[in-house]
Design a protein around this ligand. Structure first.
Ligand SMILES: Cc1cc2nc3c(=O)[nH]c(=O)nc-3n(C[C@H](O)[C@H](O)[C@H](O)COP(=O)(O)OP(=O)(O)OC[C@H]3O[C@@H](n4cnc5c(N)ncnc54)[C@H](O)[C@@H]3O)c2cc1C
Length: 308
């Protein structure tokens, strides 16, 4: 048994999803290799080598791999797959793009959003928007899976793995990188923040969303949103929390003007302490909130901000 983790990184450092994948991999009790692919990977590779639980770091470095497109990465992973029983990625946008392609090239099923490793073949994963947990057993020779960052703590430092170049052929994909629109923010990353303040349709408008940002900035929090807020054009869709958005499990989640539809709860109900601000005392969000403030968010938010 041996596990390969495909690292998500920005050339300098590993993303939190990869550190969670290492923790999930160590539950299998088998050696863990981390594959770092890109145009310049030495910094990310040396970070990977220092992560506790990693035995070996494999690098693939080529100018053509600058944008780490799944169309290039999947064939590279396929070339290495024969040496492994498990291939693990974080259940981030990167992992969700890449893992199905790797699984398809290997001719196996993909296991999505694993939240618990029971043994080498048996895993738990949420279904029905997190309302039920399925225990699944895979008899595939290679288990290709994504794991939820909210279910596995990020692996810490303390490792001293070897770093070596993998012997693979860099594929010539039939795609080319055209451009990326990246939203820049000084705020913490939504999926790894300790505090998240999310706004919903109840916030009312793009302009009024400034009140949500103001509270978040006071708390040093990341900002999320419901799908209705995104669909209404208040904020971009990379801020969406929920079944079809991002999964978050901060220590503190503050839901502002969010009703608490199951699709939203699916993305945040694992949060430590949940605070809901809603003018409707019957709103379902109060069913899972630890603290509820019934009232008009336009009055409550400025008051909260002035008191913090
Ligand atoms: C397949 C599918 C996938 C989906 N995926 C997601 C997902 O990933 N994430 C997600 O969020 N949703 C998702 N949805 C949509 C989901 O069903 C809900 O429609 C959505 O979450 C509602 O967003 P909301 O709570 O902001 O809006 P609403 O349900 O309209 O709630 C607004 C709330 O604001 C309160 N409010 C209004 N004005 C004020 C005020 N002045 N002060 C205080 N409170 C106020 C209201 O009382 C109300 O409770 C999905 C739906 C489907 C079908």
């Amino acid at each position: 048994m041996k596990t390969l983790i495909i690292a998500e990184h920005d050339g300098q450092s590993l993303k939190g999803a990869t550190l969670s994948a290492v923790t999930a991999a160590t539950k299998l009790g088998a050696p863990v290799d981390v594959l770092v692919v890109g145009s310049s990977v030495s910094a990310a590779a040396s970070q990977a080598a220092s992560v506790a639980g990693v035995d070996r770091v494999l690098t693939v470095e080529d100018a053509a791999l600058e944008h780490t497109l799944a169309e290039f990465l999947a064939p590279i992973a396929k070339q290495l797959a024969g040496d492994y029983t498990h291939i693990i990625l974080g259940a981030s946008t990167f992992g969700k793009d890449l893992a199905p392609r790797v699984a398809a090239l290997c001719g196996v099923n993909q296991l999505s959003e694993v939240i618990e490793v029971i043994d080498a073949e048996t895993f738990k994963r949420p279904i029905y928007a997190g309302n039920a947990i399925a225990t699944v057993k895979s008899s595939d020779a290679i288990k290709v899976m994504t794991v939820r960052g909210t279910a596995f703590a990020a692996a810490g430092n303390g490792g001293s793995a070897s770093v070596e170049a993998a012997s693979v052929t860099v594929p010539s994909a039939k795609v080319r990188f055209v451009g990326a629109e990246v939203s820049e923010s000084d705020r913490p990353e939504l999926e790894s923040a300790d505090i998240v303040v999310s706004g919903g349709r109840g916030v009312g408008s793009k302009e009024d969303f400034a009140k949500v940002f103001e509270l978040a900035d006071k708390l040093g929090a990341a900002v999320g949103a419901s799908r209705a807020a995104v669909d209404s054009g208040f904020v971009p869709n990379d801020m969406q929390v929920g079944q079809t958005g991002k999964m978050v499990a901060p220590k503190l989640y503050i839901a502002v003007g969010i009703s608490g539809a199951i699709q939203h709860l699916a993305g945040m109900k694992e949060s430590g302490t949940i605070v809901a601000i809603n003018k409707d005392e019957e709103a379902p969000i109060f069913g899972i909130a630890d603290y509820g403030l019934v009232g008009d968010l336009h009055e409550i938010l400025p008051e909260l901000v002035s008191k913090i």
